[in-house]
Design a protein around this ligand. Structure first.
Ligand code: FAD
Length: 469
């Protein structure tokens, strides 16, 4: 099967026709997007699913310490939104009814180097889901915990236990206690995020550890909420790219639930937005198109400017190991976490759950490592990594690692990217790939290249921060 076909099978929105219970107890470590989605899938295949989470469940849609990025702009790409509808039928419609805002294509302003992109044709499969991160996560949590065989336990996961070549238990310290307890499990899922300790736990038990690859992106985010009039809906992303003579920057204006705007300004390396409102406002006025100052100058800020630094994109290639225990799964950021400006993380987590479902429906030998799952996850990680790191390698402070064939792929991707700014068809293909609806190989087809070359009439790409109006 080609990579594109495997990717299509993973991103399918078809609901499984048949699911068999093949596990007694499954234990999931971490209850953020990856853990919740894994628990939802496991609820079809296990008598009991125990989810162990360090944080208390927030009473309202508030950010929580275990997901410190939760204050920052988050959007769920169409592929991830489609997966939520797959696993929780009616999710999109129900969340609209609960206050999710749905901008129409003509309310979306996407800028590259100050130039507004042609409006992408509607992506029929699904739509980007725009809300605050805690709002989205709490809707996924409610629906997962509504499954009768899923239970959330408050405690800190602290290890896994082995019987021979199999993981057969998970250890955790219950909240309010200092004593570790062990719970038997037929399958353990590590979904504890990018600081997962699974590799250390494996190493300590004499198992090989996965290769860890890091790309130092040095990304600096600042986000703030503003009041919004209910009928005012605009959606914007804006990007100034490296190599234009200007500082590479990224911004976003999102209409979110409870009549709020969520506004983001981001820079790299030494270009760090501060927590001062004046700096935030100046950046919106001077560095971004009109939409940004329009929102920030005309509405009251709700709360404070919150900053966030992400040092690197990173991946752990568990599928490459020559030995891996049976009864063990790893999902979400614990496998790979990317530059967040591409919005791939939560969608990847939903796709890892899709890989888990396919694995559990394949009549797998449970006394063997879940290689089938790990290989499918690799397809998802490679696709997301290719998109985000290729773009990041153009940043002046990023010095690798460069993949094989980098120069040629850079030329080719740059060509398609430029053409997609003006060509609606290429824009659609490009959007399908960047929103994880299609594998990047869609852009490597000869007909795509031919179309991009045909449009290669030299066009100046203006670098204007004010954009259109
Ligand atoms: C600034 C920023 C902006 C982003 N924007 C987007 C975006 O627009 N779109 C998008 O799709 N993605 C975005 N992401 C990425 C997204 O936040 C992550 O990919 C996603 O949250 C990964 O989910 P996860 O469940 O794998 O891990 P996490 O969300 O990191 O959650 C890990 C969970 O495990 C728990 N945990 C950790 N250790 C333990 C332990 N020992 N015991 C018990 N529980 C534990 C934590 O409390 C937490 O609940 C962004 C990331 C950042 C940093």
């Amino acid at each position: 099967m080609s990579l594109a076909d495997r990717f299509a099978a993973i991103t399918t929105t078809e609901r499984p026709a048949r699911t068999d219970v093949i596990l007694g107890r499954a234990v999931v470590l971490g209850s953020s997007m990856a853990g919740l989605m894994a628990a939802r899938v496991l609820s079809d295949h296990a008598d009991e699913v125990l989810v162990i989470e360090r944080d208390e469940t927030p009473a309202n849609d508030e950010p929580r310490p275990g997901v410190p990025q939760g204050t920052q702009v988050h959007a769920l790409l169409p592929s991830g939104a489609a997966q939520l509808d797959r696993w929780f039928p009616g999710f999109y419609a129900d969340t609209i009814a609960e206050g999710l805002v749905e901008p129409t294509p003509d309310q979306a302003y996407t800028y590259v180097n100050g130039v507004r992109r042609v409006t992408p044709p509607p992506l029929t499969e699904s739509r980007t889901l725009i809300s605050t991160r805690p709002f989205l996560e709490s809707r996924v949590r409610q629906r997962t915990l509504a499954r009768p065989n899923v239970r959330l336990v408050h405690g800190r996961a602290d290890g896994i236990g082995f019987t021979g070549d199999r993981v057969t238990s998970a250890q955790y310290v219950p909240a309010g206690s200092t004593e570790k307890v062990s719970v038997d499990a037929d399958l353990v899922v590590d979904a504890t995020g990018r600081s997962s300790r699974l590799s250390d736990w494996l190493g300590a038990a004499g198992w090989p550890q996965p290769r860890l690859t890091r790309m130092p992106i040095k990304l600096n985010y600042a986000s703030a909420l503003f009041d919004r009039k209910p009928d005012e809906v605009l959606l914007s992303t804006a990007q100034t790219m490296a190599g234009t003579g200007q500082k590479p920057r990224m911004g976003g204006v999102l209409p979110v639930e409870n009549n709020r705007w969520l506004v983001l300004v981001a820079g790299f390396a030494e270009d760090r937005p501060s927590r001062e409102f004046e700096d935030f406002q100046r950046r919106c006025r001077e560095d971004f198109p009109w939409v940004y100052s329009h929102v920030v100058d005309n509405n009251a800020m709700a709360g404070e400017v919150v900053t966030y630094h992400q040092a690197d994109s990173r991946r752990r290639d568990y599928d490459e190991l020559d030995r891996f225990p049976a009864g063990l799964i790893v999902a979400g950021d614990a496998v790979a976490s990317f530059n967040p400006i591409y919005g791939q993380g939560m969608t990847s987590a939903t796709l890892h759950a899709s890989c888990l479902s396919a694995y559990l429906r394949s009549n797998p030998p449970l006394d063997q490592p879940a290689w089938g799952y790990l290989r499918d996850v690799r397809v998802v990680v490679d696709a997301a990594w290719q998109i985000s790191t290729f773009a990041d390698l153009a940043l002046p402070h990023v010095n690798g690692p460069f993949p094989r064939g980098y120069r040629l792929t850079k030329w080719f991707t740059g060509l398609i990217f430029s053409a997609s700014l003006y060509d609606a068809r290429l824009n659609d293909d490009f959007a399908r790939v960047t929103t994880m609806l299609a594998h990047p190989n869609l852009l490597a087809q000869p007909k795509t290249l031919a179309r991009a070359l045909r449009g290669l009439i030299p066009r100046p790409v203006p670098v204007a921060a004010t954009g259109d109006r």
